[in-house]
Write a protein that binds this ligand. Structure first.
Ligand SMILES: NC(=O)c1ccc[n+]([C@@H]2O[C@H](COP(=O)([O-])OP(=O)(O)OC[C@H]3O[C@@H](n4cnc5c(N)ncnc54)[C@H](OP(=O)(O)O)[C@@H]3O)[C@@H](O)[C@H]2O)c1
Length: 281
């Protein structure tokens, strides 16, 4: 597994991590086993949110004996993200996760409260040691610019922007990724398998993935994850609810594609023009 500094933090985070949206909907013991298998295989990045039902409780069980081995990220819902609401939401998440701190806390998307309030809430939590860093999600370059202006001297602490990024949705490459690179933020790719809509081998693009995978004794999904994390600022967080899927995803953490293979994938899944608004799920 490859590790990288997560934005401006000094934390080494696995380039492939674990998403947890809907992880509470299947068999609970299998989901816990999947998360623990991922940690065993070096995937230390666990992503969750107060929005994800009981996912925080499932994670809490999975990390009970091994909290220090995880880089734990959760998110506040926009309608809770006032200064006080952010604090309360974080405290609820900490209780559900059974921990005293989050490694990173994100605003899930922009909502009704002024960013000033949410950022003040993050800074309060950081001062109290309840979060070790903070960031945003679903922010376009203009939103990032605004957040940067509001955060003042602490702007350089903004850890990441978590955004939709998969082979068939590469909009972030136009403005968000370059902005994050310029300002030293990590970019976390959510729904890296298209939220369950992964290109099958019957498609032209899927066939390209199969051919590259065969050359590496890998799988098409591993090739897709290696492509998405080819850029040194990017981390991917596929969600898997069983240990077999987790193991396959972790395997992508050691796969390095050649320039020629990257060009083939780039051609098969073109970036397309920049959309007017940043696509989200
Ligand atoms: N910030 C945001 O607004 C936002 C939005 C969406 C998602 N997210 C985060 O990003 C994470 C990932 O995105 P996502 O859950 O939307 O979708 P995803 O990771 O793109 O796809 C998940 C789907 O892929 C399947 N899968 C995973 N590994 C597999 C494998 N090796 N072989 C076959 N199938 C596999 C899963 O099946 P199984 O469950 O059966 O393993 C599930 O059906 C979320 O869980 C969440 O943490 C954030």
């Amino acid at each position: 597994m490859q590790y990288r500094s997560f934005g401006p933090t000094d934390r080494q985070v696995s380039i492939i991590g674990m998403g947890t949206w809907y992880i509470d909907e299947g068999d609970r013991d299998t989901a816990i086993a999947a998360l623990q298998a991922g940690l065993d295989l070096g995937m230390n990045h666990i992503d969750t949110a107060e929005m994800y039902g009981d996912a925080e409780l499932v994670i809490g069980e999975a990390i009970r004996e091994r909290r220090d081995g995880a880089f734990l990220v959760s998110k506040v819902l926009p309608h809770n993200a006032s200064r006080q609401g952010t604090r309360k939401a974080c405290e609820r998440s900490l209780r559900r996760l059974g921990t005293d701190r989050l490694d990173c806390y994100l605003l899930h998307w922009r909502g009704p409260f002024p960013l000033e309030e949410t950022i003040a809430g993050f800074q309060d939590l950081e001062r109290d040691g309840k979060i070790l860093s903070w960031g945003v999600s679903n922010f376009d370059a203009g939103d990032l610019e605004e957040a940067y202006g509001i955060a003042g001297p602490a702007a350089e602490d903004i850890a990441c922007d978590q955004v939709l990024y998969h082979l068939e949705q590469r909009a972030i490459e136009h403005a968000v990724l370059p902005w994050c690179v310029r300002h030293g933020l990590a970019v976390t790719a959510y729904s890296p398998f298209g939220h369950g809509d992964f290109p099958g081998p019957e498609t032209r693009g899927g066939q390209v993935l199969v051919e590259i995978a065969e050359a590496h004794n890998a799988t098409p999904r591993q090739v897709a994850l290696a492509f998405l994390t080819r850029h040194p600022a990017v981390f991917a967080i596929p969600k898997a609810s069983n240990p077999q899927h987790t193991a396959e995803n972790a395997g992508a953490g050691d796969l390095v594609l050649s320039d020629e293979e990257i060009a083939l994938i780039d051609h098969a899944f073109p970036r397309g023009p920049r959309p007017r608004t940043l696509p989200t799920l």
